[in-house]
Design a protein around this ligand. Structure first.
Ligand code: PSU
Ligand code: MN
Length: 293
């Protein structure tokens, strides 16, 4: 079902009528990001995947709220027309992390929100749950470049629960977990003791907390809320074994892509889309398939 968005409310955010209605009656709403649509996958795979993800949320009795900035207005919950225009526009939508929000809004631009910006708007709209594929983290060589995704600091300061397939091994997973600890983020893994590496269930990093049921997750989310901890929660759900890509093939693609990035001097917020794209090409598309499944 698609519904047209209302104009921005006094908080400066346009919440779609369907999302607003669900929130008002205390129904379940799941926030979804848009960088993955505009910068993470090619058209039309991105549109198919975005629509599929929204459909899965609905099948499970919740209302999806994809978040993006359209003509300078942050939108929480998109119509199918808006979703399509986002998918078709792709990279014309600016990759928008927390630091970019004010600029994209002030210039009336179009922004595809990363995990950090999506968390920010989800919280503003009163949505406590956000589902995505992979989150950003500490980049490899991050100890020199200081390239640490603002997804991690946002998790430290916004009480939203992010459910993801973990952190891709294009990043430095052990340092990402260290940084999340510093930020005070509750990190849990679902039915495993190991923090998942997105393409595979294996990272060799022990997770600080294991959960084995949705009820256990809910109890942690409740404790966080009840104590007003103010920080976020990351729940990592490993990719199903049958869909896991080969760890070795991915690692050698990552090594190649890292070298290419260095040679081309690709840095800053361009590095994640570059790495995702190169790893996809170098693995003959198997990393993209694993991303969608
Ligand atoms: N990792 C993925 N897929 C993605 C991203 C990260 O496996 O699509 C996107 C998310 O939107 C994430 C952002 O929030 O990249 C992080 O970018 P950066 O590393 O520039 O902070
Ligand atoms: Mn970065």
């Amino acid at each position: 079902m698609s519904s047209s968005s209302t104009g921005p409310n006094p908080m400066g955010v346009a919440v779609s009528p369907e999302v607003a209605e669900a929130l008002a009656r205390g129904g379940a709403v799941v926030a979804l990001e848009s960088t993955i649509i505009c910068h993470g996958m090619p058209y039309p795979k991105n549109l198919q995947t975005a629509m599929e993800v929204e459909a899965i949320v609905r099948e499970n009795g919740a209302v999806p709220a994809t978040i993006a900035i359209l003509d300078g207005v942050p939108h929480v919950g998109l119509t199918s027309e808006q979703l399509k225009s986002l998918a078709v526009s792709g990279r014309q939508f600016q990759k928008t992390a927390r630091r970019d929000i004010a600029h994209v809004v002030a210039s009336g631009g179009n922004g595809a929100t990363t995990v950090s910006a999506t968390m920010f708007f989800a919280h503003k709209a009163g949505i406590p749950i956000f589902v995505t594929g992979g989150i950003g983290g500490v980049h490899r060589n991050g100890e020199q470049t200081m390239d640490i995704s603002s997804d991690l600091t946002e998790l430290g300061k916004i009480p939203v629960t992010v459910i993801s397939a973990g952190v891709k091994s294009i990043l430095d997973i052990p340092r990402t977990l260290e940084y999340l600890e510093t930020q005070g983020v509750t990190v849990a893994a679902y039915k495993t003791n190991e923090f998942p590496a997105f393409f595979t269930e294996v990272s060799r990093c022990k997770v600080p907390c294991r959960v084995d049921s949705p009820e256990e997750c809910a109890k942690i989310i409740y404790a966080n809320k009840n104590l007003n901890l103010g920080s976020g929660i990351l729940i990592a759900v490993p990719i199903p074994k049958e869909h896991a890509a080969s760890g070795n093939a991915i690692e050698s693609a990552i090594q190649k892509a890292l070298k290419e990035a260095e040679d081309k001097n690709i840095i800053g917020n361009a590095i994640t889309p570059f790495m995702l794209d190169r790893v996809k090409v170098l693995t003959g598309g198997s990393s993209l398939e694993a991303s969608i499944l």
